[in-house]
Design a binder for this molecule. Sequence first.
Ligand code: NI
Length: 169
Amino acid sequence: MAVLPIVLWPDPRLSQICAPVQADEDLRALAQDMLDTMYDAPGRGLAGPQVGVMKRIFVMDVTWKEGVPDPVICLNPRITARSDAVATRAEGCLSIPGIQTDVTRPETVTLDWTDLDGVARSADLTGFAATCAQHELDHLDGLVTFDRLDPEARATAQAGYDIVRGAGA
Ligand code: NI
């Protein structure tokens, strides 16, 4: 068990596109550390670059806070279908602590990934799970919630973050 330091925005690593992970790479220890870090934070999702690992891996557990642990470890995740219907949710991010940002995304997505055993997996996600998976996948493409906002909303959100950071400094 290891809780890793979390990279905070605007660290440039949060704006880089991550490399695919190799199927034969042993990512078990890293995945466990990422889950430990996510639960400790506490959060519901954590992507590689948030712990300085520039690889296409994220972990999520959207129900553990309700007492139902369901950790999912996604290697090389891809969204293969998106609904036309969209939903707007207030999203937090462990790399942007203290800020909730309203982001509009497809309401339902199909997520394909490889698990730690190298098995191809797929799930139709809706509700908060769909939001979380899209948010974490964004991290692997160098995007944070701010990057999903129009310029005016982005300026407001970033100003809020500056205030939070200033208060914590
Ligand atoms: Ni995040």
